[in-house]
Ligand binder design. Structure first.
Ligand code: GDP
Ligand code: MG
Length: 354
């Protein structure tokens, strides 16, 4: 059994050493524990710091593509390097590496395919009341869309088994945290959560430079993801609201026309009602179209999952990959289908690359 711990990094030379200092080299239930960083176009010494700290694998993106893209590239590389379980933690030392055994425990026990570390955000001192409220609201929406019980949906401290990782296909640009939970809830992935510890804050958030950007980006992400996965519900609700307003406006006209017998002076209500009714019809049509598209998306996702399994079987090499610290371990995936990529089956791999 191989565990790979992946860390998305964007200019983390200051805090990466602290993260690595607490990462385990042995975890019960695994024969090997390897470390991987995703360097997302860092302009500081993140790579050198990672090598000096003994990181085994590096996925080095040429320029900055954002956390969601980095996370997906990391998962892909971990699978190709033969990971049976993948843990994701952050490069700012927010999470306590000593809780990794706790995080993987439900997976090892066969009770879960994906485990999300729960920070119990109400108890974190540097989280403002607004941030806690928004975090809770966002988590509630994600739970509704995913039919899971995850309390802390924006937590970046997570474990995935191979099956769960194979099924993840993040399309959001900004955050992977919410979308992966919704996908898991809708696919053959059992999601669990465990309480984990956090370290004192080391620096300001890179993802959210200000409170306003936190509110804006999270609200937009939540709305977009929810409407991507539940278009019928979102647009039909909006259509119902606008449709009811149209009915009220029409009822007003009808009242004056029939009861008061002065319809001529209330043509505006008639027109407004018609405009609103039209808007409701357009919203309803968007809901139906969205629903058809989301069925297509499910089919595409299933195809993608099978393509990925074939890739892993063939031993396609990870992209943007560099071995890390000098012991060469990084070049020799030892278990799983990814082993083919670096165990001498070069002709096969070359063919696959064509
Ligand atoms: N790949 C990638 N990772 C990023 C980027 N920005 C931040 N990160 C990483 O995402 C993680 C969380 O970032 P952080 O600023 O602590 O955000 P917060 O804790 O969610 O407020 C850290 O490991 C960062 O290095 C980015 O542009 N690309
Ligand atoms: Mg952080």
């Amino acid at each position: 059994m191989k565990l790979i711990i992946q860390i998305p990094c964007f200019n983390e030379e200051q805090t990466l050493p602290l993260v690595l200092a607490d990462l385990p080299r042995r975890v019960d239930g695994f024969d090997t524990v390897e470390w991987l960083i995703i360097d997302d176009g860092s302009t500081d010494a993140t790579i050198e710091v990672a090598r000096a700290g003994g990181v085994d694998h590096i996925v080095r993106l040429t320029n900055n593509k954002g956390l969601a893209a980095g996370f997906q590239a990391g998962l892909d590389a971990c699978l190709k390097l033969g990971a049976d379980v993948i843990v994701n933690t952050d490069g700012d030392n927010q999470y306590d590496g000593k809780d990794i055994p706790k995080l993987v425990e439900p997976i090892l026990a066969g009770k879960a395919d994906m485990v999300v570390g729960n920070r119990e955000v109400e108890t974190i001192e540097h989280f403002s009341p607004l941030k806690v409220t928004l975090q809770r609201l966002g988590s509630w929406v994600v739970r509704q869309a995913s039919s899971t019980e995850v309390p802390d949906t924006t937590s970046g401290f997570r474990a995935y088994n191979r099956e769960a990782a194979i099924q993840m296909a993040v399309v959001s640009k900004f955050t992977y945290t919410l979308e992966t939970i919704i996908q898991a809830g809708k696919q053959l992935v059992a999601v669990d959560h465990v309480a984990i510890r956090t370290n004192p804050k080391t620096r300001e958030s890179r993802l959210f430079p200000s409170m306003w950007s936190y509110v804006r980006r999270n609200s937009v992400s939540i709305f977009r993801i929810y409407s991507q996965y539940e278009p019928l519900r979102v647009f039909m609700t909006a259509a119902a609201v606008v449709g009811i307003i149209a009915m009220i406006v029409w009822a007003r006209f009808a009242y004056f026309y029939i009861v008061e017998d002065e319809g001529a002076g209330h043509v505006q209500s008639l027109i407004l009602g018609a405009v609103l009714f039209n808007a409701a019809m357009v919203l309803a049509a968007l809901g139906i179209m969205g629903d058809l598209m989301s069925a297509q998306r499910t089919m595409i996702q299933r195809t993608f999952e099978r393509v990925r399994r074939i890739e892993l079987q063939l031993g396609v090499a990870p992209s943007h990959y560099e071995p890390g610290a000098g012991d060469g371990k990084g070049q020799k995936p030892t278990t799983g289908a990814g082993a083919g990529a670096a165990t001498g089956k070069t002709e096969e791999r070359d063919v696959v690359r064509l």
